[in-house]
Design a protein around this ligand. Structure first.
Ligand code: SAM
Ligand code: FES
Length: 349
């Protein structure tokens, strides 16, 4: 195993069988060695900095049917909300004062937010905060829509592929197309965004073979960011009785991703922190280098309920920031308040 980990470290690549061999057979000693290598690589490219992104969950209306997700269109028990443009700008203002220089606008696939509305929001944020980066995470759109958002100032786009196994994808996303999801990611890349793909760990019926497909897909796509997190069931979905993914398995995959894509921006996600009190710290110690504290108004936090037990639903933005700061610094990392672009990305124009 040590030889395979060294090979992954040096070549940033392994064959399908080699990746599977690692996932199936690493001992706890091997895993420690893997994480050491992942940390070395993260430190080589980004030192021990952790970049902060202010997350604004601006709508939980969604027309999609992802069966694992608590805000999917079918869940009639979800309490739906939308933030106004003014609310969103207030979140940016609070975030800016706290030091954030990246705003992540995330939401369900909400037709209310037409392209014109999104362009207006993006342009206003860019005018008021010209030195800040805008990340969008609003799902599948046409090439033309993605291009308009980019032209109006959006810099990054997060769209997890969720799973690179077509059959598993189709079983989790009725009426959605795996090919379209992948098309979106390549469109985003060709337009010039910093692109974030990613997947869930521990999905029902997911095998190590599926996870190897995820790793191979990431290598092929070459995204600038990768968001992975454990699957956690939501009580109002049909997966309510399924088991969650684990922090340990997610940490292993984070470390492998760091070796496969050495300069990638890799968040330690809220879902990791939800499964274990120090889950995000474990992520950072496995090669992650981004944290996304919540900037949404506290009165809507609980409503953006993707899975059971989501943390940070009660805290004000400043409390969240201080909590995260303490966690990052006590784990031996330093907070970085810059935009935190991928070191190999430049805006096309
Ligand atoms: N609508 C956008 C999209 O499709 O990319 C962004 C919002 S979506 C709620 C953000 C992410 O939440 C998804 O990409 C998915 O990986 C994650 N997610 C949803 N339900 C989850 C669950 N039950 N457990 C863990 N992660 C979940
Ligand atoms: Fe929000 Fe800890 S990160 S309370």
């Amino acid at each position: 195993m040590k030889r395979l980990i060294d090979k992954l470290h040096i070549e940033s690549n392994l064959s399908k069988n080699e990746l599977l061999n690692l996932l199936n057979n690493m001992t706890s000693k091997d895993i420690i060695y893997l994480k050491e290598k992942a940390n070395m690589v993260r430190n080589k490219h980004y030192q021990n900095k952790v970049f902060l992104r202010g997350l604004i969950e601006f709508t939980n209306h969604c027309k999609s049917h992802c069966i694992y997700c608590g805000i999917n269109a079918k869940n009639s028990l979800a309490h739906r909300y939308r933030l106004s443009k003014e609310d969103i700008l207030n979140c940016c203002n609070t975030g800016y004062k706290l030091g954030y220089r990246t705003f992540v606008l995330q939401g369900g696939e909400d037709p209310y937010f037409t392209d014109d509305k999104m362009v207006d929001i993006i342009e206003t944020i860019k005018t008021q905060y010209p030195h800040c980066a805008i990340t969008l995470s609003i799902g599948e759109k046409s090439y033309q829509s993605y291009k308009r958002f980019y032209d109006s100032g959006a810099d990054r786009y997060l769209l997890r592929h969720e799973t690179a196994s077509k059959s598993l994808y189709e079983s989790l996303h009725p009426n959605m197309s795996f090919e379209n999801r992948i098309r979106c990611l390549y469109d985003l890349k060709s337009i010039g965004y910093q692109v974030g793909a990613g997947f869930m760990v521990g999905l029902p019926n997911q095998t190590n073979e599926d996870l190897v497909q995820d790793l191979l897909f990431l290598k092929k796509l070459g995204p600038h960011m990768v968001g992975i997190g454990p699957f956690i069931p939501h009580e109002d979905t049909i997966l309510r009785n399924c088991s969650s993914g684990t922090v340990d398995k997610t940490a292993i995959l984070l470390a492998m991703i760091r070796l496969i894509l050495p300069d990638v921006l890799l968040p330690a996600t809220t879902a990791l922190g939800t499964l274990h009190p120090t889950g995000r710290e474990k992520g950072l110690k496995s090669g992650a280098n981004v944290v996304m504290p919540n900037l949404s108004p506290t009165n809507v936090r609980e409503k953006y309920s993707l899975y059971n037990g989501k943390i940070c639903t009660g805290e004000e933005a400043a409390e969240c920031m201080n909590c995260i700061k303490g966690r990052i610094e006590s784990s031996g990392f330093i907070l970085d308040f810059s935009r935190g672009d991928n070191i190999n990305w430049k805006r096309k124009y």
